[in-house]
Design a protein around this ligand. Structure first.
Ligand code: ATP
Ligand code: MG
Length: 431
């Protein structure tokens, strides 16, 4: 028994609603094994008088974790997390709780975020747990991420202007290097594709590789932003090295906004090192980038640091819009090519798909197929997909590009540095 704590307890008993006083008592008791059971009681009382006390909730969740009441712990902390109130320490506790439930993915994701904001907040238990996993993962990544796509530009409906730009900017220089050299035109630099989701950015990048029979590496943020210090840089370097060994190679960086977040907390810490490493690799200062075709993609170009847009980096920023009417017809045809269908009136269907992306068109074809299957299972007779089936599917599917344009409109209107988003603005005007 500790006299000071006993005195505090008496004081708290006299004014039970004084949450500050009770918190003081809890802080003094919490690390002492002798008071373990009492701390839990005190926390419950505290939360009775002050149900929104974040520190109290986190401490209680910590105790639950120790007592193996994992779900209770998770419920409390996820609640705080959703309200954006969870502290770094709370996040660590939550990551440990996920780990206890063997939910490695969530544990890792959360811990990664913690370290991104504050590299000093590393936790030995979590470090240890993930290091075991890491050994397995890096092996998988090494062989898996190099592809040789069999698709090409003809599989991509519409987007003709963009295909042409890619051709001029990255395909032609690769096949005619002397010509470019003769005119003193520098080769290199990448293209950044941006636009609403599902409109063919990834698809187009992959088709670019297929178009010139090049290798393709699809790098998403998760491959890079590794949680251990220095590892992200190493991963990034390994990816570039792999690409340089396999030229010609299209290196596609998806969700590039996440790597290049403008957020200052990221710039200050671990994130800054990764960004610098990325820019160095892009610049090809220490290594030759000949034969590398760099394509980046993002849904949120406005979060990108302007350092990425300098010459030799992503110096071509291209808006990938939703397909126009003609392109929608082509995409529909492409998607139905190998499926049983009957006299489809492509124009009629395309006209009903306002604000649809290519992915939305995939979705209605899927919906139509599902309903046909259901029918066939009932009747035993498989029937081809008709125009009517597709129109019915459209009624069930909501266009997915609208939300993006609502957000983009603000940035294009109010943050349109040097006309960066003019294409978006003129697109919106025509919508
Ligand atoms: N122009 C297109 N031609 C043919 N198919 C397309 C086209 N655009 C989209 N699709 C189809 O939609 C799917 C989703 O496209 P993709 O993954 O390239 O979109 P994205 O722009 O990369 O989206 P996100 O921003 O969500 O990553 C593709 O797999 C493809 O089947
Ligand atoms: Mg994509």
């Amino acid at each position: 028994m500790i006299p000071e704590i006993e005195e505090l307890k008496n004081a708290v008993a006299l004014s039970p609603e004084n949450v500050y006083l009770r918190m003081m008592l809890i802080r003094k008791m919490q690390h002492l094994p002798y008071y373990l059971a009492e701390v839990e009681d005190q926390l419950n009382l505290l939360l009775k008088y002050d149900p929104r006390n974040v520190e109290g909730k986190e401490l209680l969740a910590g105790i639950y974790l120790k007592k193996n009441k994992t779900s209770a712990c998770i419920i409390i902390l996820e609640d705080l997390d959703h309200a954006n109130e969870l502290s770094t320490n709370g996040k660590i506790i939550l990551a440990k709780a996920y780990l206890k439930e063997e939910n490695f993915e969530r544990a890792k994701e959360l811990y990664q975020m913690v370290l991104l904001v504050d590299p000093e907040a590393n936790d030995e238990e979590l470090d240890g747990a993930f290091r075991v996993q890491e050994v397995r993962n890096t092996e998988a990544v090494d062989d898996g991420f190099l592809e040789k796509p069999s698709m090409n530009f003809s599989d991509v409906g519409g987007l003709d202007a963009i295909k042409k730009e890619i051709d001029l900017k990255i395909i032609k220089p690769l096949s005619n290097p002397e010509l470019y050299a003769a005119y003193g035109k520098k080769i290199g630099g990448g293209i950044l594709l941006y636009g609403p989701p599902g409109c063919g950015k990834t698809y187009l990048a992959k088709a670019t590789a297929g178009e010139i029979n090049a290798a393709f590496i699809n790098v998403s943020l998760n491959d890079i932003l590794d949680m251990w210090h220095g590892n992200s840089e190493k991963n990034l370097h390994n990816i570039f090295a792999k690409a340089r060994q396999n030229t010609p190679c299209v290196v596609f960086f998806d969700e590039i906004d996440a790597l290049a977040a403008k957020r200052s907390d990221m710039l200050q810490s671990a994130g800054k090192k990764v960004i610098n490493q990325f820019l160095n690799e892009l610049d090809g200062i220490q290594h030759d980038n000949e034969g590398l075709l760099i394509i980046g993609a993002t849904n949120t170009p406005w979060h990108l640091d302007s350092a990425f847009r300098r010459p030799g980096r992503f110096d071509r920023i291209i808006f990938v819009p939703p397909p126009d009417l003609k392109s929608k017809e082509i995409i529909l045809e492409l998607k139905l090519k190998d499926k049983p269908s009957e006299n489809i009136d492509y124009k009629k269907v395309a006209k009903k798909t306002k604000n649809y992306s290519g992915a939305d068109i995939n979705a209605i074809v899927d919906i139509a197929i599902e309903s046909k299957l259901e029918e066939a299972l009932e009747t035993g007779i498989p029937k081809p997909i008709t125009t009517k089936d597709l129109v019915k599917a459209i009624e069930k599917h909501r266009a997915s590009t609208v939300d993006w344009f609502n957000t983009a409109k603000n940035y294009a209107t109010f943050a349109n540095q040097s006309g960066l988003y003019n294409d978006v603005l003129s697109y919106i005007k025509k919508m």
